[in-house]
Design a protein around this ligand. Structure first.
Ligand code: NAG
Ligand code: NAG
Ligand code: NAG
Ligand code: NAG
Ligand code: NAG
Length: 937
């Protein structure tokens, strides 16, 4: 027997092991190709995500160049594929799904990608002079009439602004942040800074301001799209709008805007490009943060902040070795296909001489791709001597390489020709370790690099990063004779007669080669890549100081909101909700506070220990009457308005129970002083004379009329200051301290608890909400107590003594009562800013978490983890609705029906009782404090 068991266990473990292995293998296959290092010549596939036809074209050229030149890292050959997406957002999703492997992102987008799509930056683009930053600037037209009155950035209010796009760093985040801090841009909506910007500016263009990500509730005005010029539908105000991106923002400024938020390079780049070549750059000037104006080139002294250059990102699922290979590949590609010039002041690399001009007309007339195919390369070759990228002679080219790449004393080192001895010698000398191919050194972090390991294992004494990148091109006759030449200078005009259009490839060249747009795949100013170390491979690690600016535009005047709950299961749900809201960066930040009762919550809110709580109508009454709290958001169930019907439910098999004669029956109530469980039924029974009122002592009235009940809270001195009646808790179910508690720890608390008391606890009648039976019977719950309960097993008891089907609650009920509501401080402490911030965070959280989700791993506001129900919010809630300001008073909200019912049940005595008990608690706590102080002396 034991032996068999063991065999089973063994087989089971084996199966699991195999499954896990298979799953793991599949997980990494799609985007990264093989990642086995033990074989030589593994092909590593990179799928690059592009966002335009031009970019796709450049990417395809890149792919062909890589294939032609057999670029490899270590023993792995690289293969590039290109996938065109609609925009960077789609790229991020494709990356997340591992359908593509790399793309480059603006610093602002790195945040979005990291935050919402778990993307990680692996390399940063670096411009000449090892520049890793650029400046964010505000550009205006010199002497524009509209801007005459702007002497201070506060006066940008109402102007027509051109943004590169919501979420971009220089083109959105920095200007908005700066204006929030220094320009008087008020925060209108803590969770949607687009709305705040909308209030500040006049008609503007900020593409994507109406997309879901930046318009979660869908109520953004179109003001920030109004001057965009894209085609409707689909094009306007999206990434395909002519005013999208930095180029688009520049165009927008030129054509209609008053101010554009650009990179410091944008004006320079575009006014020396094809499309805007005729525009003189001196018609623009910079608007500084202090309101002064400066010439375009003075960006060092007149910018709004600096921004890290774009990053290349992949998904966090990419294993570290693969990331490392990508980094090597990028650096190698920059080395081989980079522009080898020095770019005198770092950013102006537009001196392409006659090349641009010569082709301009031809370009304009034809589509770019066609033009390029038709280009005569012989011509190109003859221009080469004028081209600063080098003449055709080998020594020439070599010189250039040395100049741009190494110190003067290194000039004699051919980076592709080092042999081991060479390296070894240089190893210990200072200043020679900057060779980009010499990173396989055992001392650094690449110590465990598989290539190094391979090298050791195979005894092949070559540094894989140092080898000829094109070792065996002889497969393809076209390249046969030219590989060395190509290696040194991609501009070498080898065999011009039969080349295809992709022959000359430059990684950082965009226009006019592929069209009018610049910055394809990478920024045109890029010269190289720096590999980000492992601890920088997160959006926060990469962004560093820029992160607080990105988070800064999401700041909120109200920092946090503390939700008061009354039981451990609720506390647990509250903490989950807090985490979920945090994940969406929703503000104010939520906190949780557990109190021992609803009344205790009211005290805590009054004294600012907590801010909000979700209350039953009757608690809204108490909170308003005794603690000056006001309801400001209500739940909506299935009626479309914030109301529900109070119904009395009995078993179909028990025809002897009827509403007009419940004497001696066993009754189930959601809780003492709850609207459906107490106030409405008692008001009915008392007002119809069925039970004796005992001078408004409804507790005594009920205790003497019913034989046994479960009325959670009936023994609590907070709710019953009079004589305790034990029979009011006799049917309750909770063990030990949970017994008869007026919170989720008592099994028979609340609407569902009262129904459960009817189903399994011996009750004859339960007073509940009209949705309760439908929610819990008929297989809607999996708990054993409700498993066999069918909806038809139950009937409604009507006030006239008849019975009705459960679904007929509209005709057979004890009255309509207002939904549960969220309350906060009112009266003298009513604070509009605070309430609006609270409303805001609840409305946003329901857009993220309001749907009933079948997925048990994601948080859902309106459901509770079994066996619990109605934690914090009622599970039957479909949405939350704002209570209009003029309704935010307890008696106004609750309405006349409730107030009348309450008077019948409580008269003035009941009211005073509660008040009394509250004062009691207050006095006793003050006494406690005084006493404890006294004692501690
Ligand atoms: C960069 O190129 C310019 C001309 O294009 C030249 O005057 C300058 O000396 C070069 N700088 C370096 C560091 O090679
Ligand atoms: C490299 O180019 C030079 C001149 O263009 C040519 O003479 C030489 O043969 C080429 N080298 C190879 C290996 O093709
Ligand atoms: C170009 O390649 C073809 C075939 O590979 C060859 O016949 C021709 O001589 C080459 N031309 C030049 C200029 O190298
Ligand atoms: C060059 O291309 C032309 C036309 O495509 C073709 O006829 C010719 O044979 C090619 N020459 C070589 C050497 O491949
Ligand atoms: C309202 O609340 C905000 C944020 O807590 C606070 O800054 C402001 O002073 C309050 N306003 C009043 C009138 O108390």
């Amino acid at each position: 027997m034991k032996c068999i068991n063991r065999t089973y266990v063994f087989i089971f473990v084996l199966i699991i092991h195999i499954t896990v292995t298979v799953i793991n293998c599949q997980r990494y296959r799609p985007a990264h190709g093989g990642s086995e290092y033990s074989h030589r010549n593994v092909k590593e596939k990179i799928i690059w995500c592009t966002v335009s036809v031009e970019e796709q074209q450049k990417c395809l050229n890149f792919a062909m160049a890589v294939e032609r030149d057999r670029i490899r890292v270590g023993y792995d050959y690289f293969e590039v594929e290109c996938k065109q997406a609609f925009n960077k957002d789609e790229c991020m999703m494709l990356l997340d799904e591992e359908k593509v492997s790399l793309t480059s992102l603006d610093a602002g987008q790195v945040f979005v990608g990291g935050r919402y799509h778990s993307l990680v930056p692996i390399a940063q683009q670096v411009a000449d002079g090892n520049m890793k930053h650029y400046y964010a600037v505000a550009v205006v037209k010199a002497g524009a009439d509209n801007m005459r009155d702007v002497h201070n950035i506060r006066q940008l209010r109402g102007k027509r602004a051109c943004f590169a796009g919501v979420g971009t760093m220089a083109g959105w985040v920095i200007p908005i942040y700066t204006l929030m801090r220094e320009g008087g841009l008020e925060i209108i909506d803590c969770n949607n800074h687009v709305k705040s910007a909308t209030e500040f500016f006049g008609p503007s263009c900020a593409v994507n301001s109406l997309t879901d990500k930046y318009n979660p509730i869908g109520d953004n005005s179109d003001k920030l799209c109004r001057i965009c010029t894209g085609k409707v539908p689909g094009g306007k105000c999206t990434d395909s709008d002519p005013y999208a991106g930095f180029e688009g923002a520049f165009r927008c400024l030129l054509e209609t805007g008053d101010v554009a938020f650009l990179k410091h390079t944008t004006v320079e780049e575009l006014t020396s490009g094809i499309e805007f070549g005729a525009v003189a750059k001196d018609i623009f000037e910079l608007l500084c943060r202090d309101g002064s104006r400066r010439p375009i080139h003075d960006y060092q002294n007149c910018n709004w902040g600096d921004v890290p250059l774009d990053a290349v990102v992949t998904t966090s699922a990419t294993p570290p070795e693969t990331r490392k290979k990508y980094q090597k590949f990028l650096q190698k590609a920059a080395e081989i296909y980079g522009l080898q010039g020095n770019g005198s002041h770092g950013y102006d690399n537009r001196d392409r001489g006659g090349y641009d001009d010569r082709n301009r007309d031809e370009y304009d007339q034809y589509g770019n791709r066609i033009r390029y195919r038709r280009q005569t390369f012989g011509d190109f070759g003859s221009q080469n001597n004028n081209n600063r990228y080098g003449g055709t002679g080998q020594s020439d080219r070599f010189d250039q390489y040395s100049r741009s790449n190494t110190d003067p004393q290194n000039r004699d080192r051919d980076p592709y020709n080092q042999d081991d001895r060479d390296r070894f010698n240089q190893d210990n000398r200072d200043g020679y370790n900057r060779d980009p191919y010499f990173q396989g050194d055992n001392r650094d972090s690449f110590n465990r690099d598989p290539y190094v390991v391979n090298r050791d294992r195979y005894g092949v004494n070559i540094d894989p990063y140092n080898s000829d990148p094109n070792p065996n091109r002889d497969r393809d006759p076209l390249y046969h004779d030219n590989r060395v030449n190509y290696t040194f200078n991609s501009f070498t005009p080898y065999n011009r007669t039969n080349v295809t259009y992709y022959e000359v490839f430059n990684l950082f060249e965009s226009s006019p080669k592929y069209g009018i747009h610049g910055n394809l795949l990478f920024q045109d100013v890029t010269r190289n890549f720096v590999a980000l170390s492992e601890n920088q491979q997160t959006f926060s690690g990469f962004l560093g100081d820029s992160l607080h600016i990105i988070l800064g535009v999401r700041q909120c005047p109200v920092n946090h909101m503390t939700l008061c709950v009354t039981s451990d299961p609720e506390l647990e749900k509250c903490i989950k909700m807090r985490t979920a809201l945090k994940a969406q960066l929703l503000k104010p930040e939520m906190r949780c506070e557990k109190a021992h009762s609803q009344i205790n919550c009211m005290q805590k809110i009054r004294s600012r220990v907590a801010d909000v709580a979700v209350f039953d109508a009757s608690d809204v009454y108490t909170a308003g009457l005794n603690f000056d709290l006001v309801p400001f958001i209500s739940e909506i169930y299935n009626l479309g308005k914030p109301e529900y019907y109070v119904v009395a439910v009995a078993k179909e098999a028990d025809p002897s129970t009827e509403l007009t004669y419940l004497r001696g029956k066993y009754t189930c109530h959601g809780g003492i002083n709850t609207a459906a469980g107490w106030v409405y039924p008692l008001a009915y029974l008392i007002s119809n004379g069925w039970i004796r009122p005992y001078g408004c002592n409804s507790i005594r009235a009920a205790a003497e009329y019913f034989t046994k009940s479960c009325v959670p809270g009936a023994l609590s001195t907070e709710y019953n200051t009079g004589v305790p009646y034990d029979n009011l808790c006799d049917l309750c179910h909770g063990a030990s301290f949970r017994y008869c508690r007026r919170d989720a720890s008592e099994d028979y608390y609340g609407h569902t608890g009262a129904f459960r008391c009817l189903v399994e606890g011996g009750g004859h009648v339960a007073f509940v909400k009209h949705t309760t039976v439908l929610e819990n019977a008929g297989g809607h719950r999996r708990e054993w107590w409700s498993r066999d309960a069918l909806i038809d097993d139950f009937e409604l008891l009507c006030p006239d003594g008849t019975r009705a089907e459960i679904q007929d609650y509209r005709k057979c009920n004890l009255g309509v009562v207002k939904s549960n509501a969220i309350v906060t401080r009112g009266g003298y402490d009513y604070n509009e800013t605070e309430i609006n911030a609270f409303i805001n965070v609840f409305l946003y959280s329901q857009t993220f978490y309001g749907r009933k989700s079948a997925d048990e791993f994601s948080f859902s506001m309106f459901s509770s983890t079994p066996p619990f129900t109605d934690l914090i919010f009622q599970d039957s809630t479909q949405q939350l609705k704002i209570i209009e300001p003029n309704q935010r008073y307890y008696s106004t909200y609750l309405g006349n029906d409730y107030m009348r019912a309450r008077r019948i049940v409580d008269c003035h005595a009941g009211t005073n009782n509660v008040q009394f008990s509250a004062i009691n608690i207050l006095v006793s706590s003050i006494l406690t404090i005084i006493l404890s102080r006294y004692l501690s002396r």
